[in-house]
Design a protein around this ligand. Structure first.
Ligand SMILES: [Zn+2]
Length: 205
C-alpha cells in the first residue's frame, strides 16, 4: 500500500517529499510555490546569501529533484499539473543560479564602457545599477549583444577588466540594460561576497 499525503485531511497518495514530509502532487505544488515565493522575495536582500543561502540552496536542489521524479512517475500528471511542474522547475533553477552567483548589491559606481568593435569602436560613461562578485548590470545608450566583450574601467579608481555581455533588454527610455560577467576571475569591486553589503551600502532604500 502506498503512503498517504501528510497534509491534513488529504487522502491522496504521497509522491514527493517537501519539508521532510511525504506529500501528494497537489500539496507538493502548493508548498513548492510558497517556498519559491519566499526565496524570490528575499533573494535581493544583501544578507540573504550569507544567512539563508545554504538552506535555500538545499530546498531548491530538492525541489528540482522532486519535480523531475514526479514528471517521470508511472502515473503521469495531467497537462495543467505538468505546466505547473515545469514552471516550478524553471523558477527553482533560476533562483538556484542566482544563489550560486552570489549576492547582488545595488550600487552606482561610475564606469567607462569601451567596445573594441572593429567596424566602429565606441566608449560610453555610465553607472552600475547592480553589482555581484562576478559582474554587474548597467544602462547603456549603445547597442549591445550577448557575447560582446567590453572593456570596463572604473572611473573612481581606474581599475580595468574585460567582461562579456550575458543578456540585454531594451528599456522604454531607449537605453539598453545589460548584464555582464567578468572574463577573468578577479575581485573587480574589491568585495568578498560576504562583506558586499557593508562595502556598498544600498542607495535606494
Ligand atoms: Zn495532499
Amino acid at each position: 500500500m502506498s503512503l498517504k499525503c501528510a497534509a491534513e485531511g488529504c487522502v491522496e497518495a504521497a509522491v514527493a517529499s517537501l519539508d521532510e514530509r511525504q506529500v501528494c502532487r497537489t500539496h507538493f505544488v502548493a508548498g513548492a510555490y510558497r517556498h519559491l515565493e519566499s526565496v524570490a522575495a528575499q533573494i535581493q536582500e544583501p544578507n540573504f546569501c550569507s544567512q539563508h543561502g545554504e538552506l535555500a540552496t538545499r530546498f531548491l536542489e530538492q525541489c528540482m529533484r522532486e519535480v523531475t521524479n514526479i514528471a517521470c512517475a508511472a502515473e503521469l500528471p495531467n497537462n495543467l499539473e505538468r505546466a505547473r511542474l515545469l514552471d516550478i522547475l524553471l523558477w527553482a533553477s533560476e533562483l538556484y543560479g542566482r544563489l550560486r552567483r552570489g549576492p547582488r548589491v545595488r550600487a552606482s559606481i561610475p564606469i567607462l564602457i569601451r567596445s573594441e568593435d572593429e567596424q566602429k569602436p565606441w566608449e560610453e560613461k555610465t553607472e552600475t545599477v547592480l553589482l555581484s562578485v562576478h559582474g554587474f548590470r548597467f544602462l547603456c545608450r549603445h547597442e549591445l549583444h550577448s557575447g560582446d566583450i567590453l572593456t570596463c574601467v572604473r572611473l573612481d579608481n581606474g581599475r580595468r577588466a574585460d567582461a562579456r555581455v550575458a543578456w540585454t533588454r531594451c528599456r522604454d527610455s531607449g537605453e539598453t540594460e545589460a548584464g555582464v560577467e567578468f572574463v577573468t576571475d578577479e575581485d573587480f569591486w574589491g568585495m568578498e561576497a560576504s562583506v558586499a553589503a557593508s562595502v556598498f551600502p544600498s542607495r535606494d532604500r
